[in-house]
Design a protein around this ligand. Structure first.
Ligand SMILES: Cc1cc2nc3c(=O)[nH]c(=O)nc-3n(C[C@H](O)[C@H](O)[C@H](O)COP(=O)(O)OP(=O)(O)OC[C@H]3O[C@@H](n4cnc5c(N)ncnc54)[C@H](O)[C@@H]3O)c2cc1C
Length: 457
């Protein structure tokens, strides 16, 4: 029985690691398989020349109880670090100048980001009829309730920051379900937000503070702590030619390990947490039309650059960073001032900035060569970040050709086909970022839910 498992988890990113952590904790015999030779998925922290930088996600939000609980469950092996006071100072580029994103009513009235007409229009938001089209795009929804300038200078940059996405593609029902529900339940964003604020929260929910966080030493310390807790003997990393088949007792898994040996395992349950486009390679027994719907999701490409300056001579980096609305027609999506948010990110007196390029609307930029990207960043930094010379002491580029799944109207069929597959093939669980949200908090929530549904059978 040594090659028989209670559960085999495909993918050792944050989702797969979370599921594995809780299954392992509950005493299940598990095996975690990943094609990559390290655990962590897109989460990857690196150190160089005195800089501590991220190649994937930069920050998390304590947006679900599950992520707060996971960090607690990993104590004392990973230490949370909340973003400092700078997290609330965010900037939006408007007519080539950085403007603070208004936080209160007074600043909202005086900001140049929104037109006078839309500022008046917003007063009528609570009285506008709620939408009836479940496939309405985010752009349509915001235009209808708040006006074009709110779409251009509040929602568009927000969506760039979260999805690297396009509001005229994303459908709130799937991409921003909380926002969609706010309108559907309360008839208004403003009215709903106020009512929710005064609604008593269950004690457990209070842990989901929505605060910005990282882990001391970088986000890889989180995934590493999970990996260490599970134990390296339960992982097969660097696997290739993975194929799963249904048999009378459950599933058989065949793969080639890092040493080039073909190995076979059996398992009662199989959990996939890999990206949608990988599913057809490993699940040959599933009908093509079902898989087509499940895989129907566009992953926006992103290039991320970590830039360090031992001595910063540009604009003040006192804040979270800045986002650049599509309307501004620039070649970068935004900048995050990592060394202003968190400790020990740059040598003393230096600055570490993360820059994002590409996304759903400018995918062509992610195909530029490293040299061309460096030129582009130099041009933008000289024009927007107040630098006369561009001689960074760190310039590390990370390419994510299929980075962030975009939840458009096709999501309805995708979510439905996952249910059909799971009902048809008992013991097969399809997770990962093709459903249930894209952020780290969503990933941990889904990973925990999958583990619970297996533990509680
Ligand atoms: C550039 C970038 C920036 C981001 N920034 C943020 C952020 O700031 N905040 C935030 O909350 N979220 C951010 N996200 C989203 C974040 O990626 C997710 O929240 C989370 O880390 C994804 O975890 P996952 O396990 O679902 O997927 P992944 O991390 O993609 O893990 C999937 C794993 O599956 C493996 N795999 C692939 N194919 C196979 C196969 N055939 N067999 C076995 N294994 C396979 C991969 O090697 C990988 O390890 C960002 C994402 C990207 C790409």
């Amino acid at each position: 029985m040594s090659n028989h498992y209670d559960a085999v988890v495909l993918g050792a990113g944050l989702t797969g690691l979370t599921t594995s952590f809780y299954l392992n904790k509950a005493g299940k015999r598990i095996l975690v398989i990943d094609t990559n030779s390290r655990a962590g998925g897109v989460i990857e922290t690196q150190e160089k020349n005195g800089y501590l930088y991220e190649k994937g996600p930069n920050t998390g939000i304590l947006g679900s109880i599950e992520i707060a609980n996971l960090i607690d469950d990993l104590q004392p092996d990973c230490e949370i670090e909340l973003g400092n006071n700078n997290v609330s100072k965010r900037f939006i580029l408007h007519k080539a100048k950085w403007q603070p994103l208004p936080s209160g009513l007074k600043k909202g009235v005086t900001t140049p980001l929104f037109t006078l007409m839309d500022k008046f229009r917003i007063l009528g938001e609570p009285f506008r009829k709620k939408g009836t089209n479940e496939n309405e795009t985010l752009a349509e929804l915001v235009r209808r309730r708040m006006g074009q300038s709110f779409l251009d200078y509040a929602i568009d940059p927000f969506i760039l920051g979260v999805y690297a996405g396009d509001p005229s593609y994303l459908v709130p029902k799937y991409a921003l379900p909380k926002l969609y529900t706010l309108e559907q339940e309360y008839g208004s964003f403003i009215g709903g937000a106020i009512k929710k604020k005064f609604k008593p929260k269950p004690e457990a929910d209070k842990k989901a503070t929505r605060k910005i966080f990282t882990i001391k030493g970088g986000l890889s310390k989180l995934t590493q702590a999970i990996y260490n807790s599970i134990g390296s003997d339960k992982f097969i990393l660097g696997a290739s030619q993975i194929s799963i088949n249904k048999n009378e007792n459950g599933y058989s898994i065949i793969l080639t390990n890092e040493d080039g040996e073909k190995v076979e395992f059996n398992s009662d349950k199989v959990i996939t947490t890999i990206p949608a486009f990988e599913l057809e390679n490993i699940l040959p027994f599933i009908e093509k039309d079902l898989l087509n719907d499940t895989q129907n999701v566009f992953y926006a490409p992103v290039v991320e650059v970590a830039i360090g300056f031992n001595k910063w001579k540009g604009v003040s980096l006192d804040g979270f960073g800045g986002l650049i609305p599509h309307k501004e027609k620039r070649d970068i999506l935004g900048v995050m001032y990592m060394s202003s948010l968190f400790e020990d990110r740059a040598p003393k007196g230096g600055a570490l900035i993360s820059v994002f390029i590409g996304g759903a609307r400018r995918p062509e930029l992610t195909k530029l060569t490293d040299e061309e990207i460096k030129d582009l960043v130099e041009r933008e930094f000289k024009e927007l970040m107040g630098l006369e010379d561009f001689n960074p002491d760190l310039f590390e580029l990370s390419r994510h050709t299929k980075a962030i799944p975009q939840y458009g109207k096709e999501s309805k069929e995708r979510f439905a086909s996952v249910k059909v597959i799971q009902n048809k093939y008992a013991g097969l669980y399809i997770g990962g970022n093709l459903l249930d949200g894209i952020g780290m908090a969503d990933r941990v929530k889904q990973g925990k839910q999958i583990a619970d549904s297996i533990i509680n059978i």
